[in-house]
Design a protein around this ligand. Structure first.
Ligand SMILES: NC(=O)c1ccc[n+]([C@@H]2O[C@H](COP(=O)([O-])OP(=O)(O)OC[C@H]3O[C@@H](n4cnc5c(N)ncnc54)[C@H](O)[C@@H]3O)[C@@H](O)[C@H]2O)c1
Ligand SMILES: [Zn+2]
Length: 428
């Protein structure tokens, strides 16, 4: 496993935005913005979501309360440094803005976080991106209020302190992570999620599931060396509060995930998925994620020509949630020995029932692959275009994600990661 700390950590932290949840909650955003004393707001979304009419309806509702509101609808699905710079230029040129409202999935919410950062602080995007990709600078000034309105049931970005982006020139995914990036208010209205295509619901739902599972199985916060006050980071490792949100998210998924994919108009299932996404966001936003997310970066970043159903087909992509899920069964087979009881408990939460394989280590991988088959996730990284010859390059990409690998409950070296990736070429 890992070395026992000489001076074990005794402290964990919990942070979350204000939250308004439920059907109809997005009809009150104009009123909610009033509390922040704002006059001009920029509503940020992507073209696919704009086509559903949700952002325009929210904009009109805001304008109806006397606040000037304008739409930016050119967010790139899975944002890049270039797409974010365009959004920032638009916002800086048309500003100043008193607040931002992000309507969309992780792509729109993350873009809005970066726009807010760069409209409140000097410099350029890469100044703030995590080192070594960027300069890792901390935002010195307070950001403006950001209201995050998720339309996917997935990332939990409305709760987290992170913005994820593709840095095109360096061919890597990286991020900006700072407590100031956390949205001020999350407005989660399950009605907005009903228009998600089935393929988006499936990939985003696997993201929820992996957020919950990875934080539930993460290295415990007490297993680290004690930090000083100025060394504390939002991701503490598994802790009692993160555990609570993660367990509840898994139970909610057990009752709703397959239905939400196959019967997208089932409002009860959509509501449970929205709750699960929010709960998992509050869990992993404080505990952290590990091997499946670390692998997802190169799996998404080195895409060849895979084009998933339900997503814009202008460019090849392996969507975030799908990329995360493809190595999850084998990653949890690998981490099983670090905490067998947690892996078994997670499988029981996700698939309550009497049927059990004789090998306990096989239980969670089997629950995951059964689910992935049922909801149409591709059969392993082979099915999205990778083969044996790509494994070394993927490992190289994964080992760069040291911040995530440091949260794994078992140390994963290059050989271990290559084994996980190789066994994930075909899952069933
Ligand atoms: N900040 C975080 O904490 C965090 C966590 C996980 C992932 N991410 C990032 O979030 C991004 C992925 O976000 P996502 O999975 O939420 O999806 P997304 O925002 O990329 O959207 C996926 C697709 O679904 C469409 N769509 C979204 N909602 C819809 C709706 N209600 N009706 C119809 N179409 C809809 C979009 O137009 C888009 O084509 C990635 O860049 C990922 O790296 C961020
Ligand atoms: Zn994720």
């Amino acid at each position: 496993m890992f070395e026992s700390p000489a001076n074990p950590e005794t402290v964990f932290t919990y942070g979350a935005p204000q939250l308004k949840f439920g059907s109809g909650s997005s009809d009150e955003i104009g009123h909610d913005l009033g509390a922040f004393d704002v006059r001009r707001v920029l509503v940020i979304t992507d073209p696919g979501i704009a086509a559903t009419g949700h952002p325009q309806r929210i904009l009109e509702q805001i304008a109806g309360t006397g606040i000037e509101a304008r739409l930016f609808d050119a967010v790139h699905v899975e944002p890049t440094d270039v797409s974010i710079a365009e959004a920032v230029d638009f916002a800086r040129d048309s500003g100043p803005w008193d607040a931002f409202v992000a309507v969309g999935g992780g792509s729109a919410i993350d873009t809005a976080k970066a726009v807010n950062l760069l409209c409140s602080n000097p410099g350029e995007l890469l100044d703030y991106v995590n080192a070594p990709v960027g300069k890792g600078r901390n935002p010195e000034k307070q950001l403006s209020p950001l209201v995050a309105v998720p339309t996917t049931t997935g990332t939990g970005s409305e709760s987290t302190t992170v913005c994820v982006l593709d840095v095109l020139e360096q061919h890597v995914k990286s991020g900006i992570s700072h407590p100031r990036l956390r949205p001020t208010l999350a407005v989660v209205d399950p009605r907005l999620t009903i228009t998600q295509p089935a393929g988006v619901t499936a990939a985003c739902g696997m993201d929820i599931l992996c957020h919950a599972l990875e934080s539930w199985t993460a290295r415990p916060y007490t297993s680290y060396e004690r930090k000083t006050a100025d060394q504390r980071v939002p991701y503490c490792g598994a802790n009692p509060i993160g555990d609570m949100w993660s367990e509840k998210a898994m139970s909610l998924l057990a009752g709703s995930f397959r239905t939400a994919v196959h019967h997208g108009d089932d409002e009860a299932a959509r509501e449970q998925m929205a709750l699960a996404a929010t709960f998992a966001g509050m869990g992993f936003g404080n505990a952290g994620v590990h091997i499946p997310h670390a692998n997802a970066y190169p799996i998404a970043g080195r895409v060849k020509d895979f084009r998933p159903a339900g997503y814009p087909d202008a460019e090849p992509m392996v969507p975030h949630g799908m990329a995360v899920s493809l190595t999850a069964p084998e990653a949890f087979r690998f981490t099983f020995e670090a905490s067998p009881e947690r892996h078994v408990r997670a499988a029981e939460l996700l698939a309550p029932g009497p049927e059990r394989p004789s090998d306990a280590g096989d239980l969670l991988p089997r629950v995951l692959t059964d689910l992935m088959r049922d909801i149409g996730i591709p059969n392993g990284i082979g099915a999205v275009g990778y083969d044996e010859g790509d494994v070394d390059a993927l490992v190289e990409g994964t080992v760069k994600q040291q911040r995530l690998l440091a949260t794994a409950p078992r140390e994963a070296g290059e050989e271990d990661l290559a084994g996980i990736l190789r066994r994930s070429l075909e899952l069933w």
